[in-house]
Design a binder for this molecule. Structure first.
Ligand code: NAD
Length: 357
């Protein structure tokens, strides 16, 4: 079914407000999730709402938590989100760091103990809008690991996203924003929710280590594992995200088995470097060279003669343009789960119907 983005934002805002979040925090999280759908990442969109509601009801996500600045030392900043909404803490942390850039030219920012930061590209885009480069290393803990190390057949890592955005003088930033698993876990969920859905080759193994395209191995016992993207190279980058986001910023890696006693949660820790592109001299020369490189890439002949090559960030803008017009497509099972979550939060049928009318 196709849903209108404003109605989705209104419904999700109402759900979080019903669960005692402030209206502004609830709306910020709702807009973040809906924007993920609009940019083509259904894995990190409104399909996460049932998990968020469950986490809030089980006391795993504290909608009242205010992030605090626990270390403030010039270019070094550390923010503790204290298990509040990652979308709120992450955005506030990035805004604080951006303000600091004028004095320091570079900021090393840690954000720890976030309930799911969502689509990491949103923080990178905020830095680009302010004219800054940013690099983000994130780990995912709070639940059993999902990704097998290269050559292994048991999970040891989260889907640890890496993101880097480069602003451009003219034009949208380059935004490389990706899970270090072959596909994002949410995309396995989206495939699982669609009856008979499959994931691409070389994304999953079953509990015996055999390759499979069946998403159920990530949801039904005996559980299999996701694979890192690009074999040993993706595995290496996932490890770096684990160590910089997890060990350095969060002091919590997947090796800590806290999920076993605490029950399921999604916790992100993020290490971000934000860089003013003027630090090595004129920004204009940098911007010119970025543009030269993009032009050079796009001058290549392509297999599909109708289309030039893309740079990271462009597929999301294409999706945004399309989905802003068409609306957001949600499969029946996911929609049913969202409506159930709305009811679990305490919203009545009448309120849900009136919001969606
Ligand atoms: P993806 O594979 O769809 O895209 C990865 C990157 O490749 C993007 O930057 C995209 O612009 C670029 N890209 C795609 N097609 C391209 C093409 N044809 N040419 C050039 N560039 C191209 O992304 P993904 O790995 O599925 O990740 C989806 C989202 O999941 C991301 O936003 C990520 O931050 C998020 N995520 C979050 C968590 C978390 O715990 N918070 C964990 C994992 C992933």
């Amino acid at each position: 079914m196709l849903l209108n983005s404003e109605k989705l934002v209104a419904l999700i805002t109402a759900i979080f407000v019903e669960l005692k979040a402030t209206t502004s925090d609830a709306k910020e999280v709702a807009e973040h999730l809906v924007t993920a759908n609009l940019k083509g990442h259904d894995s990190h969109g409104v399909g996460m709402v049932p998990t968020y509601v469950s986490n809030i009801l089980r006391g795993k996500c504290d909608v009242k938590s205010n992030p605090s600045l626990v270390q403030d030392d010039g270019a070094i900043m550390l923010i503790d989100a204290k298990m509040g909404f990652g979308q709120v803490a992450g955005r506030k942390a990035i805004d604080m760091a951006i303000q600091r850039l004028d004095q320091t030219g570079l900021v090393c920012l840690g954000v720890r103990n976030c309930h799911h930061l969502g689509r990491i590209g949103s923080y990178a885009e905020r830095c680009s809008e302010a004219g800054y480069i940013s690099i983000h290393f994130v780990n995912v803990v709070g639940h059993d690991p999902l990704v097998a190390p290269f050559g292994g057949k048991e999970s040891r890592l989260g889907t640890n996203p890496f993101c880097c955005a480069i602003p451009r003088g003219n034009g949208p930033p380059i935004v490389l924003d990706m899970a270090t698993s072959a596909i994002a876990h949410g995309k396995v969920r989206v495939a699982y929710m669609k009856d008979g859905g499959e994931v691409p080759n070389e994304s999953l193994i079953d509990s015996e280590g055999n390759a499979t395209q069946n998403p159920s191995v990530m949801f039904e016992e005996p559980l299999g594992s996701m694979l890192p993207f690009g074999g040993h190279k993706g595995y290496g980058l996932a490890l770096i995200c684990e160590l910089l986001g997890g060990a350095l910023a969060g002091k919590w890696t997947a090796s800590k088995k806290s999920h076993e006693k605490d029950g399921f949660n999604i916790v992100n820790h993020m290490l971000t470097l934000i860089i003013n592109p003027s630090i090595f001299g004129e920004k204009e020369t940098f911007e010119e060279e970025v543009q030269n490189m993009i032009d050079y890439l796009k001058s290549t002949k392509t297999k599909n003669h109708n289309r030039e090559v893309l740079v990271a960030g462009e597929p999301e803008l294409d999706e945004l343009a399309t989905r802003s017009k068409t609306g957001i497509s949600i499969d029946e099972n996911s929609w049913e789960a969202i409506i159930k979550a709305a009811k679990d939060s305490g919203l009545s049928d009448k309120t849900i119907t009136s919001i969606l009318r």
